[in-house]
Design a protein around this ligand. Structure first.
Ligand code: GLU
Length: 274
């Protein structure tokens, strides 16, 4: 990894992009095409791109004739098992026009704590990237449920970005940037930049959001961005609609500067999920 600025995302060597369930499923399933366009542009510039995508449960719901997100874990897992391959098919279908091949990688947070699993995952990802394949990562929902319960893969994406020494982690959702307090509240101001040693306790990111398709929210994004930045990976929080701009180095979103002297812990790191 190397320390880059927001503008240098344009020529980054390696970037992890994370997208949440609600951005690419249901009525937003069509956004997969524009997201893939943005990823393909970065790929064409020579950037190694890893996509961490949620949305397995949300994509599987109609196949199980579910109108709402199931509340019990077993049905969530069943929906994820059905939805995951549909989701990867949709990505591959959109990537085909660019001649890019996707590789599915399913991981659990526990894999990062097991030295053998950890090094196996890193080696496989390195080889995929060396082969110019675009890895698409999700939590392995049939054996792990951490990201179903907390964070919609935000934390998993931070762990992946550290594992492979990415230059940056881009967390895409439906907000253009983080705010000093929930944007619906008076006095909320956009946060443009967070220095690696800034105290975040002055900000009110609100509770973890659980909506009809996924879980997450500003708090889990800030926590994941911090986890990446502490490990030496700069992080950017912005909207999926700005994916192409942001990967081209536009001055948008909330930028978390990377710690210039990271102490890289083995495993999942010291910071928990918000
Ligand atoms: N791994 C889950 C999925 O892809 C996480 C998202 C969620 O909490 O709904 O569906």
């Amino acid at each position: 990894m190397s320390l880059i600025s927001r503008a240098e995302l344009n020529g980054a060597r390696r970037v992890v992009v994370k997208v949440g369930s609600s951005s690419i499923s249901g009525e937003n399933a069509g956004k997969i095409d524009s997201l893939v366009d943005a990823l393909a542009q970065a790929h064409a510039r020579g950037t190694e791109v890893v996509l961490v995508s949620s949305g397995a449960i949300a994509t599987g719901m109609p196949y199980l004739r579910l109108d709402e997100r199931p509340t019990d874990l077993a049905t969530q897992q069943a929906a994820a098992a059905v939805g995951q391959n549909v989701l990867v098919y949709r990505y591959q279908d959109a990537l085909r026009q660019y001649g890019i091949v996707a590789g599915q990688v399913l991981l659990t947070a526990g894999d990062f704590d097991d030295p053998t699993h950890r090094s196996n995952a890193r080696r496989a990802m390195e080889r995929l990237l060396g082969l110019r394949i675009l890895p698409i990562v999700n939590e392995n929902d049939t054996v792990a449920t951490h990201e179903i319960r907390f964070g919609d893969n935000d934390r998993l994406a931070a762990l992946v970005s550290r594992l492979i020494g990415a230059d940056a982690l881009v967390l895409l959702s439906d907000i253009a940037c983080l705010y000093t307090r929930p944007p619906s509240e008076p006095g909320a101001r956009p946060i443009e930049k967070v220095a690696f040693d800034d105290d975040l306790s002055a900000y009110e990111f609100g509770a973890t959001v659980v909506n009809s398709v996924g879980t997450g929210g500003a708090a889990t994004k800030a926590s994941a961005a911090r986890l990446a930045a502490e490990g030496g990976v700069a992080a950017l929080v912005t909207s999926i609609d700005l994916a192409s701009d942001v990967l081209a180095g536009a001055d948008v979103g909330t930028w978390f500067e990377a710690n210039p002297a990271p102490i890289l812990p083995q495993g999942t790191g010291a910071i928990g999920v918000a």
